[in-house]
Design a protein around this ligand. Structure first.
Ligand code: ADP
Ligand code: MG
Length: 442
């Protein structure tokens, strides 16, 4: 830890914020944050939980920006570390970050098959992962899991890891993120210990690799990864990979893509409404929080594309309801979640902005959208634009519809329904919408 003097900018920030918020808020959000390191370009803060991290960014970003280092793009350059609880700290003394250390595997103990809620979108992947965990190297190899952000890929990988560690105690198992693999390789290259590293990876029984998409455009590393991969597979050692896209959509060498398609490629979809409600209720009850089912539905209907966001919503509700000692109602949920919910009205957004953003995304002209063309691409873009307009603009349906070249409000509703339904099963569309929304915010 740094001395008070070194903490300069952080203590200045604290002085500033202390005067602007209540004592309770200060105590809740700032008193447990510790500064680990400050450089000119970055500050490393230790926070008690991911929730605190998200909360202070969501709520105090402007204030933080006044004091802390920023990136070139003007974003906060904060590196967060989550505080490990004391027990865990004692068990695992800090080890040098080199390879050859088989106990270094860090599976999140919270991620288990038991608390992964099943629904039609994820049942298959879950049972494939469980199958692999029960018989590593003997069922699907490699197991390749792909799906959008926050849908539980990492949760499943770690469940698998935890399961193997409990049931196959002698297995040499390692879980790495692709970034960690690259870093490992870089530091071993620097220390001229690549052979040791190769040996380490190639004598594993189970290798779990998260976020393989980061290997794209990293040519030098890709080759080494591919060699490791082949050497393990040839010995019937289990490999499990997660990615945000299927192998064929990754910009990787045909050789590696083909290897990844050898085993089972399984898709993790967006959970349907009932599953999302079940997840909310499960997460709430594990925090001893009572979320009535109307509130659970209210949230699940509005946060649909990312379970991490659902968790954020629950944490936020929990913190608030404890803070002000209130029951959780739809109203409370509405107040607290308004920034997170995609249904809220955006700042001064007009149909025109939406037309432009959607047209540019689909590479057509805004006038195509307001026109009558029935070309598939145009019709689809039109429906997307109508959906977004209904979601994001608070005018009457009639008024919004008329901005689409004088369409009727039933056309608008029809488009909205179609896209809403489609979103429940179509990941690609979901991501497209997210990109368009981001562009709208920018
Ligand atoms: P990804 O790696 O796909 O981005 P994560 O595995 O990190 O997603 O999941 C995000 C959060 O959502 C995690 O806290 C995870 O526990 C939770 N989560 C995702 N899917 C489920 C599920 N089906 N049941 C319970 N929790 C889930
Ligand atoms: Mg992940």
């Amino acid at each position: 830890m740094l001395t008070l003097k070194d903490q300069g900018i952080w203590s200045k920030f604290l002085d500033f914020i202390k005067k602007r918020i209540s004592q309770i808020e200060y105590k809740n959000w700032f008193s447990h944050i510790e500064v680990i390191e400050i450089t000119e370009s970055e500050i490393t803060l230790q926070v008690p939980s991911i929730f605190v991290q998200e909360y202070i960014i969501d709520n105090y970003k402007k204030d933080l920006l006044m004091f802390l280092p920023t990136t070139k793009k003007g974003d906060l350059a904060i590196n967060f570390v989550i505080k490990q609880n004391e027990k865990k700290k004692m068990k695992s003394p800090i080890l040098p970050k080199s390879v050859g250390n088989r106990d270094e595997t860090t599976f999140n103990p919270q991620y288990k098959f038991d608390n992964f809620i099943e629904g039609p979108s994820n049942q298959f992947v879950k049972s494939a992962a469980l199958g692999v965990a029960q018989k590593p190297g003997r069922t699907f190899n490699p197991l390749f899991i792909h799906g959008g952000v926050g849908l539980g890929k990492t949760h499943l990988l770690h469940s698998l890891g935890n399961y193997i560690k409990t049931h196959h105690k002698r297995s040499n198992i390692k879980c790495i993120t692709t970034e960690a693999f690259i870093n490992d390789l870089v530091s071993n290259l620097r220390n001229k210990s690549v052979d040791r590293m190769k040996h380490f990876y190639r004598t594993l029984d189970v290798l779990i690799v998260d976020d393989i998409q980061f290997l794209q455009n990293r040519l030098n590393f890709e080759e080494e990864f591919c060699n490791t991969f082949e050497s393990l597979i040839n010995q019937n050692k289990q490999i499990v990979i997660a990615s945000d896209k299927p192998p064929s959509h990754l910009k990787l060498s045909p050789r590696l893509i083909a290897r990844m398609e050898w085993g089972l490629v399984a898709h993790l979809g967006v959970p349907d409404l009932e599953t999302r409600v079940a997840i909310i209720q499960h997460k709430a009850s594990s925090q001893n929080l009572n979320i009535p089912s109307d509130v659970a539905f209210f949230i699940a209907e509005r946060i649909y594309s990312n379970i991490r966001q659902l968790e954020g919503a629950i944490n936020r509700l929990a913190a608030y309801s404890k803070l002000i000692n209130a029951e959780i109602t739809i109203e409370l949920a509405q107040n607290i979640l308004h920034q997170m919910l995609s249904f809220t009205v955006q700042k001064k957004l007009s149909v025109e902005n939406i037309l432009k953003a959607v047209a540019s995304f689909f590479e057509i002209k805004p006038s195509d959208i307001t026109g009558d063309s029935r070309l598939k691409k145009t019709a689809n873009a039109r429906q997307v634009a109508m959906y977004l307009a209904k979601e994001l603009i608070s005018d009457s349906l009639q008024k919004i519809a008329s901005s689409f070249g004088g369409k009727t409000h039933s056309t608008l509703l029809h488009a909205w329904k179609k896209i809403s339904n489609e979103l429940k099963k179509n990941d690609t569309l979901l991501r497209q919408l997210e990109i368009i929304k981001k562009n709208l915010e920018a």
